[in-house]
Write a protein that binds this ligand. Structure first.
Ligand code: AMP
Length: 211
C-alpha cells in the first residue's frame, strides 16, 4: 500500500499516518519529522532548513525531493508507506511520480482530510507534541503531561504551532498545497474524508476508502 495523506496543517495527517502505519505495518514517512530530526541533530541540512520551518514557509522542492528519494529507497519502504506532509506542491507531486516510475512503483491512493481553517487554528494552538515519537496531545481536552505516555519523550509546543505562524502556514497551504487536491482529482486518484470527525471515525473512514 503506497498512500498519500493530504490535508492542511492540523488536519490530522500525523495522527492518522501513525495509526495507518501501525494497522498496515508500513512506515510513516513524514517530511516534517525528518526535517525536525535534522534540526535537532544540528546537521548541515538542519541548519539550511531551520529558517523555513521557523517562519512556516515551505522548504525548497529540490531539497525535499532528495530527502524523499533517499527515504523511499530504503528497505523498509519496499512493501509500501504512508506519506505524511509530502507532496506539498505540484512540482513535488510531479517529482514523486518520476521517482515512482524510476522505482517501478505506483501510488495506491491519495486521501484528502477535509477541514476548515478556524477549527485548525484552534486545534494547532492547543496542540502539544512529543519530541520523541511525535504523538500529539490536545491541551483543550486534558492537562498535558511533561513526558509522553507512549515513549517517555519530552512533550512541548512546536515553535511553528504559535497562532501567528499557524495562520501563515494555513495561507501557504491554501496557495501552494491546496492545488494538489485538484491535481489528484484530475488524475482520478483522490478520495475525500471528513477530517473534523473524531480521530477514530476518520481512521475508519480512511481504511474504508482503501477498500
Ligand atoms: P509538518 O510537520 O508536515 O507540519 O511540516 C512542518 C514544516 O516542515 C513545514 O511548515 C515546512 O516548513 C516543512 N516541510 C515539511 N514537509 C514539507 C514539504 N513536503 N515541502 C516543503 N516543506 C515541508
Amino acid at each position: 500500500m503506497r498512500l498519500i495523506l493530504l490535508g492542511a496543517p492540523g488536519a490530522g495527517k500525523g495522527t492518522q499516518a501513525r495509526r495507518i502505519s501501525a494497522e498496515l505495518g508500513i512506515p510513516q514517512v513524514s517530511t516534517g519529522d525528518i526535517l525536525r530530526d535534522h534540526i535537532r541533530r544540528g546537521t548541515e541540512l538542519g541548519l539550511r532548513v531551520r529558517g523555513y520551518l521557523d517562519r512556516g514557509d515551505l522548504v525548497p522542492d529540490s531539497l525535499i525531493l532528495d530527502i524523499v528519494g533517499d527515504r523511499l529507497g530504503r528497505e523498509d519502504c519496499r512493501a509500501g508507506y504512508v506519506l505524511d506532509g509530502f507532496p506539498r506542491t505540484v512540482p513535488q507531486a510531479e517529482g514523486l511520480e518520476a521517482l515512482l516510475e524510476r522505482m517501478g512503483q505506483r501510488l495506491s491512493a491519495v486521501v484528502a482530510l477535509e477541514t476548515e481553517s478556524e477549527a485548525l487554528v484552534r486545534r494547532l494552538s492547543s496542540r502539544w507534541t512529543c519530541a520523541g515519537c511525535g504523538a500529539d496531545y490536545n491541551a483543550m481536552a486534558a492537562p498535558v503531561p511533561d513526558r509522553c505516555a507512549s515513549c517517555g519523550g519530552v512533550v512541548g509546543q512546536r515553535d511553528d504551532d504559535r497562532a501567528e505562524t499557524v495562520r501563515h502556514r494555513l495561507k501557504v497551504y491554501e496557495e501552494q498545497t491546496a492545488p494538489l487536491i485538484l491535481h489528484y482529482e484530475g488524475l482520478g486518484r483522490l478520495r475525500r474524508v471528513d477530517g473534523l470527525a473524531p480521530v477514530e471515525v476518520v481512521f475508519r473512514a480512511i481504511l474504508a476508502t482503501l477498500g
